[in-house]
Design a protein around this ligand. Structure first.
Ligand SMILES: Nc1ncnc2c1ncn2[C@@H]1O[C@H](COP(=O)(O)OP(=O)(O)O)[C@@H](O)[C@H]1O
Ligand SMILES: [Mg+2]
Length: 282
């Protein structure tokens, strides 16, 4: 069964330009995609195409104009503990220890104190930070802060984890290490994850499927299944490189299309799975 169903979703922002003048920015148009239970799907596309908007809409933080948005068959229209969100800028509570950050959602859920401690320890162990439980976030490196962010988002045991370029501000080495850790966590927990990135390699390395968005207004151009073993991913195998090249070409096309785009012209119909096994081997 589909965990997340997004059908013909439209989202625009109305901008107040002053002097009574208002304009509209169409961020997403006719966006359709589904995520299955236990899948790790990345959404990739040119800068400004509406990736963060999509995540904020699924998180229930931004309203959408029209279309269907269902999580476990239920309409989404406000934030909820069934969705865990991890942002690029960590967003940890500076005045709380690492442990209390992870316990935050659990106290909102009204769990007994011992239960909160037990769950927080479990997730801090999962991200390898148990020994830092009692320090404040300012003492942690960027990579550690983001691991706390992941533990905090997972601790409430949400139905789906939504991650918006969570490794975007980390240095290359830390980023690589967190990608491996996230892949390991996903293999262990089989959590449903929607991961936004603009790094093609990150998308191919992590996901089972990559959804490519057009330039703004974002709609699905192509969805590609990444059929790679764990070893292929870790060793950056030739097959991984082929997926990478295919996706890079696709995204370059989106940016070129953007230059020639006419106002009011509808984007093309999405291809469901344009990248066959045969094409990959060619
Ligand atoms: N709060 C907002 N108000 C007005 N326009 C916005 C807002 N957030 C995003 N946008 C616009 O919507 C478009 C998509 O932005 P965003 O979703 O942040 O793209 P991405 O994450 O793919 O870079 C951009 O043109 C951006 O300027
Ligand atoms: Mg963004």
């Amino acid at each position: 069964m589909s965990k997340l169903v997004v059908k013909n979703l439209d989202k625009s922002y109305v901008i107040n330009e002053g002097f009574g003048k208002r304009s509209r920015v169409h961020a997403l148009r006719n966006l359709t995609l589904e995520v299955s239970e236990g899948e790790l799907v990345t959404v990739i596309g040119p800068s400004g195409c509406g990736k963060s908007t999509f995540l904020m809409v699924v998180a229930g933080i931004h309203p959408f104009d029209s279309g269907t948005l269902l999580l476990d068959g239920k309409p989404v229209n406000e934030p909820g503990l069934d969705r865990g969100v991890v942002f690029q800028d960590f967003a940890l509570f500076a005045w709380m220890t690492v442990r209390d950050n992870v316990k935050f959602g659990l106290s909102m859920k009204g769990l007994p104190k011992e239960e909160q401690d037990r769950i927080a320890e479990h997730y801090l162990r999962l991200v390898n930070l148990l020994e830092f439980a009692d320090v404040f976030p300012h003492r942690l490196s960027g990579g550690m802060k983001q691991r706390v962010g992941i533990a905090r988002a997972m601790a409430t045991e949400p139905e789906i984890l939504l991650m918006d370029e969570p490794f975007g501000s980390l240095d290359a080495q830390t980023r690589k290490s967190l990608q491996v850790q996230l892949l390991d966590i996903w293999r262990e927990t089989k959590k449903t994850i929607v991961f936004i990135t603009h790094s093609v390699r990150e998308a191919v390395f992590l996901s089972q499927r990559v959804v490519v968005l057009s330039s703004r207004p974002g709609c699905v151009v192509e969805t590609i299944s990444i059929d790679l073993s764990y070893e292929d991913r870790i060793s950056l195998s030739d097959s991984l490189m082929k997926y990478e090249r295919h996706l890079e070409n696709l995204i370059e096309q989106q940016i070129e299309d953007d230059f020639g785009m006419q106002p009011g012209v509808m984007p093309p119909e999405p291809k469901q799975s344009g990248f066959s096994e045969k094409e990959l081997l060619e």
